[in-house]
Design a protein around this ligand. Structure first.
Ligand code: MN
Ligand code: MN
Length: 495
């Protein structure tokens, strides 16, 4: 029997010459990706972490045993019921968003398994696909207990199968990133931008907040997932290096495009959870996590590749101060359009946020002041929910599909672009720029407002919530406390 060191190099490299088909037919550019190069250019493709199937299975088995042990120790319903209510609602965000997104990453990896340009790449992508199936199953398993307890957790299983506006935004992102993607763009966008960059926010930053919140199961779940991500994310590095050598402008474009797309998605998913739902034990702000993991670490990695910072760096810096605050304020005023409950930040929270986000907090604070005054005037309680709620339909960005809440409460950054007689509206310059680079990819998609105008979705707000978003009075989002805040009744002017 050969030693591992002797047979692994043989087993990794199993490419052969084609005799009765052309290489271009085996690996068509449309699905293998650009730039199309003969295999000779890819033959030295090398992953930095090498593993065999046998080692893979042994390692994964151990990791699964560790997850089961934590579930047995702290994963019962009563453990979750003891957590702070805002944090439990952050769990509902993740229960909806995580599992099927991970599943789409399995499909993306399977594209690499078939259409990756070197056998070592294809082998690593097949482990990546197995990883992503594991990441689909772990959240489904660990949060299954919660389904019978709370109908909003039950609803999270419907999420991607509805036309809820957040589901439209999430599908628009994952359909492009993972499901409908060629192998090269998938490995760069997913492995480099999402997994080397943004999942650190979730898996390191949010894990530490989960620990602070006493949610050891969530902490274990995401840290266990992260050990897989850190391994298969390395697939993207040799892919990026080769694309950069042959078409540096395209490599830079992929990074700039996907950084922006990820930024908007994670501003909601992670930004809102960290700064508004994680509770008072939070250790750092979303912006501080972004600065440590993205601005420092991720861009240092890109720098080592010889890539530049995105052209929209100044716009990104501006949004870092305010975008997720605008998202959360919008979300609060439209809370009955999604499946989790939200909270008005307390005076202590607002002092903390002012300290962390001094640049624009005054303007955001005025929004919360206004919402608090609404509660004071209407009186508190579940039956008063809709008097502190918007009913006009929000408009959405034709790229990220999030509400048009770019800019500040005083100065919105939305802009319109006309193409073939149709108007498209974008929340920000980078969203418009991505659309203009690949209009054939995006122009046919209808945002929610276009669906309403086309008669495909109900124009009536109530019917939209129930028929199109599939929500019910039981499942739609509310104020966690029904507006009943101790600090609110103590403030002057309250009845
Ligand atoms: Mn994953
Ligand atoms: Mn992954």
């Amino acid at each position: 029997m050969l030693n591992r060191e002797d047979w692994l190099p043989l087993a990794r490299k199993l490419d052969w010459e084609f005799s009765y088909v052309e290489e271009r037919e085996v690996f068509p550019e449309i699905i293998s990706g650009h730039p199309w190069l003969p295999h000779n250019a890819w033959k030295d493709w090398e992953e930095s972490f090498k593993t065999s199937y046998r080692e893979y299975v042994e390692n994964q088995h151990e990791k699964d045993m560790a997850v089961y042990a934590v579930r047995d120790a702290v994963g019962r319903l009563e453990n979750v019921q003891r957590l702070a209510t805002p944090w439990i609602n952050g769990l509902k965000v993740h229960a909806a968003a995580l599992a099927l997104a991970e599943f789409t990453a399995a499909i993306g990896n399977l594209r690499g398994t078939r259409f990756g340009r070197d056998s070592a790449w294809r082998a690593m992508a097949s482990f990546g696909a197995l990883d992503e199936i594991r990441h689909t199953q772990i959240p489904l398993l660990l949060m299954h207990e919660l389904v019978r307890w709370d109908s909003q957790f039950d609803w999270t299983h419907k999420f991607y199968h509805t036309n809820n506006w957040l589901a439209i935004a999430a599908r628009h992102f994952f359909d492009e990133l993972t499901l409908g993607q060629n192998a090269i763009e998938f490995q760069i966008a997913t492995n480099i931008v999402l997994e080397t960059g943004f999942t650190n926010l979730q898996f390191v930053g949010l894990a530490s907040l989960a620990h602070g919140a006493g949610d050891y199961m969530f902490e274990k779940m995401v840290t266990s997932i992260q050990t897989d991500e850190a391994r298969h994310a390395q697939i993207g590095h040799p892919v990026l290096a080769l694309v950069l050598r042959h078409d540096p402008e395209y490599a830079q474009y992929l990074i700039d495009k996907w950084f922006w797309r990820n930024w908007h998605l994670f501003s909601f998913l992670t930004g809102v959870t960290m700064d508004y739902l994680a509770g008072e034990q939070r250790s750092a702000s979303f912006k501080e996590f972004m600065e440590e993991w993205i601005v420092d670490q991720f861009f240092r990695t890109l720098d080592e590749f010889g890539l530049k910072r995105p052209w929209y760096w100044d716009i990104f810096q501006d949004e870092l101060e305010i975008y997720h605050h605008m998202m959360y304020a919008s979300a609060y005023t439209y809370r009955s359009t999604f499946w989790f409950d939200v909270v008005v930040p307390s005076p202590d929270d607002r002092r903390w946020l002012r300290d962390k986000y001094p640049k624009h907090w005054n303007e955001i604070d005025a929004v919360w002041e206004c919402i608090a005054n609404h509660w004071k005037r209407s009186g508190v309680g579940a039956e008063k929910e809709m008097s502190v709620h918007s009913s006009a339909l929000p408009a959405f960005c034709d790229m990220c599909q999030f509400p048009l809440c770019g800019g500040t409460p005083r100065k919105n950054t939305a802009s319109v672009f006309e193409l073939n007689g149709a108007n498209y509206i974008f929340c920000s310059e980078p969203c418009r720029w991505i659309f203009q680079r690949e209009p054939e990819r995006y122009a046919a998609h209808k945002d929610l407002v276009k669906r309403i105008l086309a008669g495909e979705a109900p124009a009536d707000f109530t019917a939209l919530r129930t028929e199109y978003f599939r929500l019910t009075p039981d499942t739609w989002g509310k104020d966690v406390y029904g507006g009943e805040y101790e600090w609110l009744s103590k403030e002057p002017g309250s009845s």
